[in-house]
Ligand binder design. Structure first.
Ligand SMILES: C[S@@+](CC[C@H](N)C(=O)[O-])C[C@H]1O[C@@H](n2cnc3c(N)ncnc32)[C@H](O)[C@@H]1O
Length: 342
């Protein structure tokens, strides 16, 4: 059966790797901006294991030449499908009631989304006698994902989007999407039991994802409220060492020297969390990370000013190789900078 996994732009390769490693006999068919299409047996999919994927849907239609399509064509294509068959497939995963919703992810096409949504909702209601819920997408959610090059219609497997994590009860300003946090850990290591530190922990998303993957976690934040929120979120994962998460200034901590194997941090940026000088913060926190890290340690930093960070990363980590990946999600385009020892 054909599936589509939706992910953050820039993380498609990591998501494809996760699919291959976790879904037995899966075969990647196609990969593009924000999606990975793959074949697998529905019974082999364990959604809990997929950490970098936002959502998975069963592909019910692949649209040819999407740039030529107008809204009416799309409505006809979808209404001609047999959605009753798909409800039976989704019921392998969860119960459904007789409601449905529509999600439109349409870019670079001149299609009036509201008209399309309303027409489709009216015709599906008429054909199947299901009730349309425009705001609740946890039911039978039909997603139209298209741009000038590709077009897929899919139905969501899970009730909740996979990027929503149960542990994340508290969020601070600038809190990171958990799927991005998980991808940062995948980029850093595939080992367990290593010591990872995040001195800009916010509400602790990176630490929570690292803990879930079996790493020993340490960190803190300059704001006490964020430290408390991180500890509350981590308690939801049965984390016991709350003393490892403390209020600190990332530019001068009291962590021991040469102690940590890894750093994973999402550094503040002007619009999100005000700081006086980003350049000084980058310099001073890199210097401090250099002090508390073992010589062959690796760092994965999510930043909005990669050129500045890379300039000073070369200075403080001269024996490391640096690789950067621009990602984009919810209107932001930060860069993941990976600093690995040779
Ligand atoms: C982008 S947020 C981190 C968000 C976090 N990854 C999450 O998912 O919640 C950056 C954090 O750095 C903290 N911060 C700013 N300057 C700091 C400093 N000098 N030392 C430690 N933390 C600092 C802010 O309070 C903020 O929580």
């Amino acid at each position: 059966m054909k599936f589509i996994a939706y992910t953050v732009k820039g993380l498609e390769q990591i998501a494809a790797g996760e699919i291959e490693n976790n879904i037995i006999n899966s075969k990647i068919e196609e990969l593009g901006d924000k999606f990975v299409v793959f074949n697998a047996d529905i019974h082999d999919i364990n959604l809990d294991k997929l950490k970098t994927i936002d959502d998975i849907g069963i592909v019910i239609l692949q649209l040819k030449k999407p740039k030529k399509l107008i809204a009416q064509d799309l409505v006809e294509e979808v209404i001609n499908l047999n959605l009753t068959e798909t409800t039976a497939q989704i019921q392998n995963f969860r119960n459904l009631d007789n409601t449905f919703s529509i999600t439109l992810s349409i870019s670079s096409l001149r299609i009036k989304k509201l008209d399309l949504q309303n027409n489709l909702a009216t015709l599906i209601t008429k054909k199947y006698s299901w009730e349309y819920t425009p705001l609740n997408h946890s039911n039978f959610d039909i997603r139209l994902f298209l741009n000038r090059k590709i077009g897929f219609v899919s139905v969501k497997l899970a009730r909740e989007s996979l990027h929503k994590r149960k542990y994340k009860e508290y969020s601070s300003m600038g809190s990171l999407k958990p799927t991005v946090a998980a991808a940062m850990i995948f980029l850093l290591t595939d080992k367990r039991e290593e010591n990872v530190v995040d001195n800009f922990c916010g509400s602790g998303t990176i630490l929570a994802e690292a803990f879930n993957l079996g790493l020993n976690i340490y960190g803190g934040d300059i704001e006490l409220l964020n430290v408390l929120n991180t500890n509350k979120n981590l308690t939801n994962l049965s984390f016991k060492n709350s003393k490892n998460i403390k209020q600190l200034d990332a530019t001068k901590t009291n962590w021991p020297s040469n102690y940590f194997d890894l750093v994973a941090s999402n550094l503040p940026w002007d619009k999100q969390v005000g700081v006086e000088s980003i350049t000084n913060l980058y310099i001073d926190s890199l210097k401090e990370y250099q002090r508390i890290l073992k010589p062959n340690a690796s760092l994965c930093l999510l930043v909005h000013k990669p050129q500045i960070l890379i300039k000073y990363a070369k200075k403080y980590f001269p024996n490391h190789k640096i690789q950067s990946t621009k990602i984009s999600f919810t209107g932001q385009s930060p860069t993941i900078v990976l600093i690995k020892s040779f």
